[in-house]
Ligand binder design. Structure first.
Ligand code: PNS
Length: 170
């Protein structure tokens, strides 16, 4: 069983992510979409919402699991889950500059390899941050996100952020 991990904040998941995840599932027997929480980040959507959107969108695809990463090192999580690879999409050389040291560190920490997939050309400009900004300012984002994300983007505004994915009441 060859298992890969596609990690990320997915705040929210968008079509660029989905394209990379679908291609990863063609390369591996099982792909874990590992939804992370970085406590230094402020998220629009809670961890549960980010997981729910990914699950709703990926439900029909076989061999794909969505779960939280939890705290701690991604390298340790990969070892614990028996994953031989981390899969990341690359949109640009700045993505590569950002990802390369993490890929090397993760390999040195646990032996897990990172596989980079070049993003499809029509998704090169997509980021969760840009999509949220365009949606908040009334722009059309339906070509960039799956339906379950669009619904939530339109019903939450910029004020609805969740610090570190925790409940706003927490
Ligand atoms: O979508 P993001 O926020 O860019 O995802 C970043 C992620 C989850 C891939 C990165 O923050 C990560 O690997 N976090 C786990 C913590 C860790 O292992 N840090 C050391 C990296 S070498």
């Amino acid at each position: 069983m060859r298992r890969a991990v596609c990690p990320g904040s997915f705040d929210p998941i968008h079509n660029g992510h989905l394209e990379v995840i679908a291609r990863a599932s063609g390369l591996f027997d099982e792909v874990i979409v590992a939804v992370s929480t970085n406590y230094a980040k402020k998220y629009r959507f809670s961890l549960d919402e980010r997981i729910e959107m990914a699950r709703e969108t990926l439900a029909s695809l076989r061999g794909i699991i969505v779960e939280p990463v939890g705290q701690g090192l991604l390298a340790e999580y990969c070892r614990h889950r028996g994953a031989s690879a981390i899969v990341k999409g690359l949109r640009s050389s700045s993505d590569f500059d950002y990802e390369l040291p993490m890929a090397t560190m993760n390999r040195q920490l646990s032996g897990v390899e990172t596989v980079f997939l070049p993003a499809e050309s029509h998704y090169l400009h997509l980021s969760s941050t840009l999509i949220k900004e365009v949606a908040d300012l009334g722009g059309e984002v339906s070509d960039f996100v799956p339906r379950s994300v669009l619904k939530r983007l339109l019903s939450t505004g910029p004020a609805g952020g969740h610090a570190s994915g925790l409940s706003p009441l927490g």
